[in-house]
Design a protein around this ligand. Structure first.
Ligand SMILES: [Fe+2]
Length: 608
């Protein structure tokens, strides 16, 4: 009895000791799984919207956190507090390659919202022309601090600052994108800005394509030197990290077709949604036909969800103007970025094709399943709001007085590539019926005389003295010069080329239509690279690069006005970068600059 009485307090004391010892472990396992992973930001910070004395710093986390800030300036003594927003449409689905999911639907069987927070701080009071160090800090809900590495930022450069601008497009997690950007950093060092002519990722609402695709080549990691992409060529695998570029330099994108999501759903896969936009007017007609009860939503939101949207793109970037088209001054450059892009649809004419030229036979009596051809997302034709805005911008003193006048958009005005056909115009729908009125075919024509880029946009640019038009979409490098002296550059050759159509090689165009099967449909001859063109099978120099092995990038140097293009052969990972072309877009007007000797060899080249 005595023993039992004395052992009970001992037992209680023992249990207490065990409980105290185990308590931290119990608490640890009771936390959400993210707390077991090392504290990290989802991206490094990047720069947006520089003004004369300020710049925005933007980064992302997978936690809401309690405080997000940027320390900057000498000794990192100044602090800017960030505004935090949550991305509203970023999701993962069965086709995502993220986390443990390496094959379809291992983790995600349908679109699932992914919680991602965006932090943006305006860093003010900067001295023009002076770079400052900065570092971002996010405080998690449990109080833990997560810091980025230190980087540098600057306000918009003052006039006459020599700048190196990366001209690029169509990254889309392509196999050579990380290699391409790594070679940019190795060749040029830190660029001062990046002009990206659209198609940043493939499916804009798929979060991992921006942040952490598990194949290692997502958008932000590749532009921040944090990629981990294994590229295999000839049984040799090389790991590429991309380049540490946008932590130090602002990114100015254009809206490409891969920035646009189609009709919204939480059931259908994200690829299906991407491929399923319909024209806004068609959605408006459907809305009108619906009952008053189902029209209770905000009509603008309803229209967007039932046609197309660029919400994720708009939520990720901070751009001037209406964001999808805008103009900025950066040093001696005035850049205009336009929203010129349409949905891409297959050229196939087979009966089961919802394509650019026809509707699927099975859908003929079901207009809600129609694709409406390659319809245009934002009007640019004469008299449209974007056209009028462009006209006013071209007449503005900011544009007129700029030394470098550059216009960027996604769809090609001149190209040997595939995607310049058919003409860039509203599809003309032709519905064929039999005697009973039953629909037998729905086809689409694209009248060449109504090509809005050629008919409406280019004359405006010619009259305004534009020097360079930058674009992408067909995944090749080629360039042109028109009679008025405008240079046209398509520098989107980071991989996955769709071919160059010259000579014997023909685009897939329907018979009886006046769509160009070869060459530039808008009548210019491609310019042969001035320094080291590739040599074709016939031993003649090629006026383009269209390759899945050789990647290309272009740099504008404002101290000389020269655009230089470089190529890198990924089959030879140890080989040098080769500068293969250069051209000057404008005479150098600023004091203190003179033409470098590098332009001289190109002038002495003999052309075949
Ligand atoms: Fe594109």
């Amino acid at each position: 009895m005595v023993n039992r009485l004395t052992s009970r307090p001992l037992l209680i004391a023992g249990l207490l000791v065990v409980f105290i010892a185990l308590a931290p472990i119990v608490v640890l396992f009771a936390q959400p799984p993210t707390y077991l992973t090392p504290a990290q930001l989802l991206t490094d910070p990047f720069l947006q919207l520089p003004t004369d004395t300020s710049v925005r710093v933007v980064w992302f986390t997978e936690f809401a956190g309690t405080r997000h800030s940027v320390a900057y300036g000498k000794g990192l003594r100044r602090v800017a507090i960030a505004n935090t927003t949550k991305l509203s449409r970023t999701r993962e689905d069965q086709k995502s390659r993220v986390g443990e999911q390496t094959e379809d639907a291992q983790v995600y069987q349908k679109p699932t919202l992914r919680d991602i927070w965006r932090h943006e701080a305006e860093v003010t009071g900067l001295t023009p022309g002076k770079r400052a160090p900065y570092q971002v800090t996010s405080v998690r809900n449990d109080g833990q601090l997560v810091k980025s590495n230190p980087f540098t930022l600057a306000a918009a450069p003052p006039p006459h600052t020599p700048l190196k601008i990366l001209l690029t497009s169509d990254h889309q997690l392509m196999p050579m994108t990380a290699a391409n950007l790594q070679k940019v950093a190795e060749t040029v060092g830190r660029v001062d800005a990046i002009f990206l002519a659209g198609d940043l990722v493939n499916i804009p609402d798929r979060a991992s394509e921006w942040f952490d695709d598990n194949r290692g080549g997502a958008f932000f990691p590749a532009l921040q030197g944090q990629a981990n992409y294994q590229l295999e060529k000839n049984n040799i695998t090389t790991r590429y990290t991309g380049g540490e570029l946008i932590q130090h330099a602002p990114l100015f994108p254009a809206t490409g077709n891969h920035e646009v999501m189609g009709r919204f759903s939480m059931d259908r896969g994200l690829n299906d949604q991407f491929n399923d936009p319909i024209p806004r007017q068609v959605a408006a007609d459907i809305y009108q036909q619906k009952s008053a009860q189902s029209n209770s939503n905000n009509p603008l939101i309803w229209l967007k969800e039932h046609s197309f949207n660029t919400d994720t793109y708009n939520e990720i970037f901070t751009l001037p103007g209406n964001e999808n088209y805008y103009a900025i001054t950066f040093g001696d450059i005035r850049l205009i970025s336009l929203y010129i892009t349409n949905i891409w649809r297959t050229p196939s004419l087979k009966p089961n094709t919802k394509g650019r030229y026809r509707e699927r036979e099975a859908d003929l009596n079901n207009p809600t399943a129609w694709g409406y051809g390659q319809h245009i997302f934002e009007l640019i034709k004469s008299g449209s709001p974007q056209y009028n805005w462009l006209k006013a911008e071209l007449n503005s003193p900011e544009f007129q007085q700029a030394n470098y006048k550059i216009v960027m958009f996604h769809h090609p005005p001149h190209s040997l590539g595939d995607n310049i056909v058919p003409p860039y115009t509203d599809p003309v729908q032709i519905i064929e019926r039999d005697r009973n009125g039953t629909i037998t075919a729905v086809r689409y024509d694209y009248p060449p005389q109504a090509d809005y880029i050629r008919r409406d946009v280019i004359p405006l640019l010619e009259n305004a003295g534009v020097q360079l038009v930058l674009y992408g979409h067909s995944h090749l490098w080629n360039r042109f010069v028109n009679a008025q002296g405008i240079h046209f550059l398509e520098s989107s050759n980071v991989g996955n080329t769709y071919g160059a159509y010259l000579g014997e090689k023909q685009r897939q165009v329907p018979e009886g239509k006046d769509y160009a099967a070869t060459g530039d449909p808008n009548g210019l001859e491609p310019i042969l690279p001035t320094i080291a063109p590739l040599i074709g099978e016939d031993n003649q120099p090629l006026p383009y690069i269209s390759s899945n092995d050789i990647t290309v990038f272009s740099i504008l140097d404002t101290s000389t006005g020269i655009v230089s293009s470089y190529r890198f052969d990924t089959r030879k990972p140890d080989s040098d970068i080769i500068k293969f072309d250069e051209f000057q877009i404008a005479p150098v007007r600023s004091q203190g600059f003179s033409l470098t000797k590098s332009i001289i060899p190109s002038l002495s080249l003999k052309y075949p």
